[in-house]
Design a protein around this ligand. Structure first.
Ligand SMILES: Nc1ncnc2c1ncn2[C@@H]1O[C@H](COP(=O)(O)OP(=O)(O)OP(=O)(O)O)[C@@H](O)[C@H]1O
Ligand SMILES: [Mg+2]
Length: 518
């Protein structure tokens, strides 16, 4: 057994995340942790990583195993170069090499033949150990992982301090994988990876001999790599054998069985209560009523099944548009300092929903940022119709001030709206109850995404520019977003690494990769 969690309970303010949960993780289990937004998945990962102390409970890891926990906010030496940082994964081997070099020096300097033999023997033992641990393949191992995750694109000599948040996480992940732990713990890794890197990670995880615990809302990914699902639901956890699909089926069956049991029990309860009420006061039947009352008291009442999933009802605000030719892009060159891609030309009609495709780092986000006017084109030009109004959903979570609540945040942008109106709007994005009053920085990833979507729905626009809008969203919310976009009469330009979502929403695809080939 690699990990045992006993009697774990955790509450934030008044929200109970888990009530006395127990589970074990065994070697060879490839675990996907799932559950709706805000259910406590990231919190569980942080508890396992020792970042958060739970209210009660114990967490025991097998002492003999090496754990690789991905800390997305890990502090790194900013001056260190990527290659140096990745080599640290093998520092114990490098230390051994140093030792071997010392022996080799001693061999040269000694004339005593017995000492000579001893040093030579020590050196050769280390040498064998290094070979067994693939010391001489380190460079190629590093390059394999770095290439797989797209890190080589940044230049291996780049200092860590010069990387963006997402790039840094990839480097931290690369080091973790190179350390080859027995148990890997990751929180939504596909969010900061692009399609081709997700594919690489899938392949890596399939070949990986150890155990992992991965939180993800990406069903395709989970289906590919897990053999166990740990489902967090309603303050409890339950383990399901099999991949995500198997879990979905079993869970639906469980729910059906439970609903039936619950309904049957409610019926029985009502019958008993009815009998008791009618017969309690009559002397001839009072005894019977009493015995039924006893039966009723003994009944272990099932709790009404409730879903923690607060549904979204998104509706994007649409301001109508006159022209049909919505956007014309001519010989556009995009980039920061130099052009990332060959010249881009395309046209979008009003009402088109365009998926921008292509591996990451290729410039999808750069293209979107250029179109919304945040970046200047390097060359060429593009033109929206005159009355185009853009609403933009940025890939990374970024709030002007995350110490205030969603309610305050919206109040600051729309001072004319009163609290009740804002509450109503937030509720449509699944932000209800105390969540609307909680500091944004303490909200879960998915909850923050919902707030961002809410802000987009509020803008009167006729083109939505969305950069990975499904990141962090749970299954139901993704469905809801999909529906809202399909029903939106305006234009949508979006990037998503989720095939199913892209295929359902897009009326057209624009594959940047093809530009490179032509
Ligand atoms: N410091 C805090 N104070 C109050 N509430 C908190 C705090 N940290 C987290 N929460 C709440 O606890 C709940 C669980 O958060 P957590 O980040 O674990 O969710 P999650 O399951 O990872 O969700 P997601 O799928 O959106 O990532 C959320 O409702 C969140 O708002
Ligand atoms: Mg989370």
């Amino acid at each position: 057994m690699y990990l045992e969690v006993k009697n774990l309970s955790m509450t934030f303010d008044k929200k109970v995340l888990y009530n006395n949960i127990n589970f074990r993780i065994l070697p060879k289990e490839k675990v996907g942790i799932v559950g709706p937004n805000g259910v406590g998945k990231s919190t569980l990962i942080k508890i396992l990583g020792g970042e958060i102390i739970p209210d009660t409970g114990s967490i025991e890891f097998d002492k003999n195993i090496k754990i690789g926990y991905l800390d997305q906010y890990a502090k790194v030496d900013k001056k260190k170069r990527i290659i140096e940082y990745l080599k640290e994964a093998f520092s114990s081997l490098y230390n051994k090499e140093e030792k071997m070099k010392e022996y080799l020096k001693l061999i040269k300097s000694t004339t005593d033949s017995s000492l000579h033999t001893r040093y030579a023997k020590s050196a050769s033992i280390i040498q064998e150990e290094l070979e067994a641990n693939r010391f001489y393949e380190i460079d190629s191992m590093i390059m394999k992982v770095a290439k797989g995750l797209g890190i080589t694109n940044y230049g291996m000599q780049t200092e860590l301090g010069k990387l963006s948040g997402g790039q840094k996480v990839k480097v931290v992940l690369a080091k973790l994988l190179l350390e080859d732990p027995d148990l890997i713990i990751l929180d939504e890794p596909t969010n900061f990876l692009d399609e081709s890197h997700v594919e690489w990670l899938v392949k890596y995880l399939k070949e990986y001999k150890g155990t992992f615990l991965i939180v993800s809302h990406n069903q395709e990914f989970l289906n590919d790599v897990v053999n166990v699902i740990l489902d967090i639901d309603n303050t409890q956890v339950k383990k399901y054998k099999g991949n995500y699909q198997a879990y979905e089926m079993k869970k639906a069956m469980d729910a059906e069985v439970f609903e039936r049991q619950y309904a049957a029990q409610q019926k029985e309860k009502a019958k008993l209560e009815d009998y008791i009420n009618r017969n309690r006061t009559r002397a001839s039947t009072a005894k019977m009523a009493q015995s039924r009352q006893k039966k009723l008291d003994k009944m272990e009442l099932l709790e009404k099944p409730k879903s923690q999933n607060v549904p979204m009802h998104l509706k994007f605000n649409y301001s109508s548009i006159s022209s049909h030719r919505f956007l014309v892009v001519e010989d556009l060159e995009i980039g920061y300092y130099f052009s990332l891609l060959p010249k881009i030309s395309f046209e979008i009609k009003s009402g088109d929903r365009i998926a921008i495709m292509g591996f990451n780092g290729i410039g999808k986000t750069t293209l979107l940022k250029t179109l919304i006017g945040e970046l200047k084109p390097i060359g060429g030009n593009f033109k929206f119709v005159d009355d185009a109004k853009i609403a933009y959903f940025e890939q990374e979570h970024h709030f002007e001030n995350d110490n205030i609540s969603p309610l305050q945040y919206i109040q600051e942008i729309y001072p004319k709206l009163n609290e009740k109106e804002i509450r109503g709007i937030l509720a449509k994005s699944g932000i209800v109850g105390p969540l609307a009053l909680q500091p944004i920085k303490t909200m879960s990833g998915g909850e923050q995404s919902k707030l961002k979507l809410c802000l987009v729905t509020m803008q009167k626009a006729n083109v939505l520019v969305l950069d990975e809008p499904t990141n962090h969203l749970d299954a139901n919310s993704k469905e809801e977003l999909k529906k809202a976009l399909i029903n939106y009469p305006g234009t949508v330009i979006f990037v998503s690494h989720e095939h199913e979502f892209t295929n359902a929403v897009a009326t057209k695809k624009f594959d940047i990769e093809e530009l490179l080939l032509s």
